[in-house]
Design a protein around this ligand. Structure first.
Ligand SMILES: *Cc1c(COP(=O)(O)O)cnc(C)c1O
Length: 379
């Protein structure tokens, strides 16, 4: 077979007989009095994995963030600090609540929030900060939690990309006031679409539970009787069934992601492809390695390296993706570009960085093929 016709997707869920079996069971039997069985089971499994007290399965991570932020009282006039380097899903709920995202820079060695810049950005309007564990890397949670403590500001963890990531013995998503996860089809574990709200705070849990059920409080005995205006961000039993199967396989799924990252590092070394580095794993951290990401050259705002490399790989059937553009460079947020202290790393890493194909099923030979293609495209 000619290597030209290889097609290598950048991600793809890992679905086995187990997922199919559970989903089939949910579709056949998960109705009536059984309509929540898999949802409850999925939440229990996720709580046990993460080591948190409460979990609510949701239709998406965005929905989990929206409800959690609403429950924290974030609203018009408030500011929420987050990294400029991000997927829009973290910022959208802030905007929907009438608040303003305040973008600060990332650190070059974690690609996550710079704690010093977070502290400098705090104003009387600051209502929260969102720690996004980008690509499964880990934020400096000790520093962020200390800043939050000092200023009375909650730390929200967007752990959408960080299933399997562990910070000094604690799982990503379990350390902040609340955490949010995504089970979108591209993520390490998937339910097609889906998310999870997690917290150790009993009051916050009750609030979000009520919000998630169209504002109907748990103890409310009247039917069709909302106690407040809530949301409808629920996960279905069929999605949760797939989630239950994925949770049974979580160590295998995370392990495979870490293995893929390692294989890329080895292939680059074997082939002599020079690069600045891959997903950083700082001392005391274990990364879930959701998305193998390589920084090819020295960070630069002017380089078109990432773009041309992506095009070069595409012509060889390889679907690589760009590193997240700074949100303040995108149309909805250009007016929020931080003029005082320009987000240097958020702007200088994407032009020289690339997400590499890393579906669970990618073969050693595919990884070698990708590394070779990068070598060719660079020469
Ligand atoms: C995927 C992702 C989300 C959104 O997840 P959905 O389940 O699609 O809502 C939020 N934040 C980050 C960092 C993500 O990568």
């Amino acid at each position: 077979m000619s290597s030209e016709i290889r097609k290598i997707p950048y991600t793809k869920p890992s679905i086995t007989e187990l997922e199919v079996q559970y989903a089939t069971d949910a579709a056949a039997n998960g109705w009536g009095e059984h309509c929540y069985d898999y949802i409850v089971r999925f939440e229990e499994a996720f709580k046990a994995h993460l080591g948190v007290k409460y979990a609510i399965a949701t239709s998406s991570c965005t929905g989990a963030l929206h409800m959690g932020m609403h429950a924290l009282g974030i609203g018009p006039g408030d500011e929420v600090i987050m990294a400029d380097t991000n997927w829009i899903a973290t910022a959208a709920p802030i905007v929907h609540l009438g608040a303003t995202p305040v973008f600060v820079d990332i650190l070059p060695d974690s690609w996550c929030l710079d704690p010093e810049q977070v502290e400098a950005a705090i104003t009387p309007k600051t209502k929260a900060m969102v720690a996004v564990h980008l690509y499964g890397n880990l934020c400096n949670m000790d520093a962020l939690l200390a800043i939050g403590e000092r200023h009375g500001i909650p730390v929200i963890e967007d752990a959408a990309e960080a299933v399997g990531s562990v910070y000094h013995g604690k799982r990503a998503g379990s350390m902040g006031r609340f955490g949010a996860f995504s089970f979108h089809g591209t993520k390490t574990i998937t339910t097609g679409e889906g998310g999870m709200f997690v917290t150790n705070d009993p009051d916050l849990y009750e609030q979000v539970l009520t919000l998630s059920n169209h504002g109907r409080a748990r103890g409310q005995s009247k039917q069709f009787w909302p106690d407040m205006v809530g949301f409808k961000y629920k996960m279905s039993n069929i999605q949760a069934a797939i989630g239950c199967a994925q949770m049974q396989r979580i160590n295998e799924l995370v392990g495979r992601k870490r293995e893929i990252l390692q294989s890329y590092k080895e292939e680059f070394e074997n082939l002599g492809v020079t690069c600045q580095g891959f997903n950083p794993e700082l001392d005391g951290c274990l990364i879930g390695a959701w998305m193998t990401t390589v920084v090819i050259d020295v960070p630069s705002e002017n380089s078109t390296l990432s773009e041309s490399l992506q095009t070069g790989l595409k012509s060889r059937g390889i679907d690589a993706r760009p590193f997240f553009a700074p949100l303040s460079s995108t149309p909805p947020f250009q007016s929020l570009r931080n003029g005082r202290s320009h987000c240097k790393w958020s702007y200088s890493i994407p032009p020289v960085a690339l997400n590499l194909p890393c579906s669970h099923e990618i073969s050693k030979s595919d990884i070698s093929y990708v590394a070779n293609a990068i070598k060719e495209a660079l020469s």
